[in-house]
Design a protein around this ligand. Structure first.
Ligand code: NAD
Ligand code: USQ
Length: 476
């Protein structure tokens, strides 16, 4: 049931029935604003700008950026009766998805060992946005919406922990985001390569056993990645390829060519799930997701305590979010090498939409579904161009600089990936080419004072990193 009635006083009282919740007025916002369409561009100071300098320059130029109005968050009951464990629910995609599902009436539990916060601590990184603790986040969500999100804090590599949680919560679906997901992190040294593969592959095998033993009807929705396919010189299909060889035909898993220990861990997961789906007659959907960008969803924008993470460092920051923050702060966009690297991208709000669609559409038991989860594909150069245009609309002068590529990857290549499965099930994409990047840029500007410029340059080289633990600076 969908309702759009505004709750009394603009906020929902506890109770969790359907309705709408609105964010309070953007009090306490930091950073430059409101905007000035057509305001003069701010000079870039040779790319050596500091956040404070940028803020000053913005103020002096008269360019000011209004925050986007917070969208209304609707509460509905459409997921009623479905019980979903979100593994990795304290992370970027998991947190947004947990709130999206809770707002729609799914009963949600978050399972997370908080390791991601710990890795940031170890490396001296911080998200651009100041994220609250998991416990504060879910308490605030319940206060605003009346909807409870249960938490299980623990490691899915610990089977005893996983078993107890699955037996208690009795999920009808598990969404598995809970992995070490950075390619550069996995390439930093041997320890991190081994850790990434152990964490990701062991965790997924444990989840498969937990479902088989304690929740055999549960549908596993697992996050894979478009990078599993690599960059072949033929079209990328959705999971499977029809092959004719020496007069015989078969439909085979699409060939995989990962380009980091991380991407390879995802390939191993896919192979393991393909095996158990057939062997144990399971319901499994593998989502090969592209690079995600953006920060706010209607749910996370409700309150500062619900804000999602937004990484811009060279290890966990992904290309587009990094470019947006670099553009906001006045740092030249760091295009690696020739910039012809082409990938699939999607807005964080579309990640949420896709997860809901995947949960609601399990395939037949014994047949692993594979969906390519991205909405648009762009080269890195094209992304830099889109961020430059967005900056110009906000009165910011954004420049780009090609820097030596720390990765070993094709910098010019054919790329044409299919993505019709989710659209056929009703996915309605939010396209960045519609000027939607401006809202993300405004979030970056709001938190501009938190940017640590030392985190921007790449720190992991695919070839020179080795057994010795540490970071090899490739650019000084
Ligand atoms: P993230 O690092 O923000 O979140 C991952 C979460 O999983 C973290 O909160 C972490 O603490 C938790 N976690 C990791 N190992 C765990 C374990 N053993 N037990 C329990 N919890 C564990 O990552 P994200 O960006 O939200 O990505 C989520 C998933 O989506 C990952 O599997 C990633 O590979 C995939 N993906 C992400 C992107 C992207 O652009 N962010 C793109 C494609 C695919
Ligand atoms: N790149 C730049 N400049 C930068 C950062 C990246 O040119 O400052 C380039 C990279 O060289 C690469 C491309 O942008 O060619 C994408 O890099 P990325 O860091 O955005 O993405 P990647 O390392 O592939 O990993 C991210 C997520 C990962 C997810 C993957 C989806 O961290 O969890 O699986 O995107 S995909 O790329 O489709 O495999």
């Amino acid at each position: 049931m969908r309702t759009a009635t505004r709750a009394p006083g603009g906020r929902r009282a506890a109770g969790g029935a359907a309705g709408a919740v609105r964010a309070p007025a953007a009090a306490g916002a930091v950073g430059p604003r409101p905007a000035a369409a057509g305001a003069p561009p701010v000079a870039n100071a040779g790319g050596l700008a500091t956040p404070a300098g940028r803020r000053g320059a913005l103020a002096a130029s008269g360019a000011a950026v209004a925050e986007a109005p917070p969208p209304a968050c609707e509460l509905t009951d459409e997921g009623k009766g479905k019980r979903v464990i979100i593994i990795g629910g304290d992370g970027y995609c998991g947190w947004a998805s947990a709130l999206h599902l809770s707002a729609r009436g799914y009963e949600v539990a978050i399972m997370d060992n908080l390791s991601r916060r710990n890795w940031d601590e170890q490396l001296g990184f911080d998200t651009l946005t100041p994220i609250a603790s998991l416990h504060k986040r879910v308490a605030k969500w319940q206060e605003l919406t009346g909807r409870e999100i249960k938490t299980y804090v623990g490691d899915i590599c610990d089977f005893g922990f996983l078993e107890a949680a699955v037996k208690e919560f009795e999920p009808t679906a598990m969404v598995h985001f809970g992995e070490q997901r950075s390619a550069p992190y996995s390439m930093m040294d041997r320890n991190k390569a081994v850790f990434t593969q152990m964490n990701n592959i062991t965790g997924t095998i444990n989840v498969l056993y937990a479902i088989k033993e304690f929740a055999p009807e549960c549908h596993l929705v697992k996050l894979g990645t478009m990078g599993e396919y690599g960059t072949p010189n033929i079209d990328i299909e959705e999971g499977y390829l029809d092959v004719e060889h020496k007069g015989r035909k078969d439909r085979l898993p699409y060939p995989k060519q990962g380009n980091s220990w991380y991407h390879l861990s995802k390939i191993h997961d896919s192979t393991n799930m393909f095996f158990t789906t057939k062997t144990w007659n399971m319901k499994v959907t593998d989502l090969n997701q592209g690079v995600v960008y953006g920060v706010d969803t209607p749910e996370t924008a409700l309150d500062e305590a619900l804000v999602n993470r937004m990484d811009y460092d060279s290890i966990f920051g992904t290309a587009l979010n990094r470019f947006i923050i670099q553009g906001a702060v006045g740092y030249p966009l760091t295009v690696y090498g020739k910039g012809g690297q082409t990938r699939g991208f999607l807005d964080i709000r579309d990640t949420c939409q896709c997860i809901q669609i995947a949960i609601d559409n399990p395939g037949p038991a014994g047949e692993m579904l594979v969906f390519n989860q991205f909405t648009e594909q762009f080269s890195v150069n094209k992304l830099a161009g889109l961020v430059t245009e967005s900056g110009a609309r906000l009165g910011l002068d954004v420049t780009t600089k090609s820097i030596p590529n720390p990765r070993r990857e094709k910098e010019e290549h054919y790329y044409n990936a299919m993505n019709t499965n989710l659209k056929d099930l009703g996915m309605d994409p939010i396209l960045m080419s519609d000027g939607k990047l401006d809202d993300v840029m405004k979030v970056a500007l709001k938190y501009i004072d938190r940017v640590d410029m030392d985190l921007i340059l790449p720190a992991t080289d695919w070839v020179s990193s080795g057994v010795k633990q540490g970071v090899s600076k490739v650019v000084s």
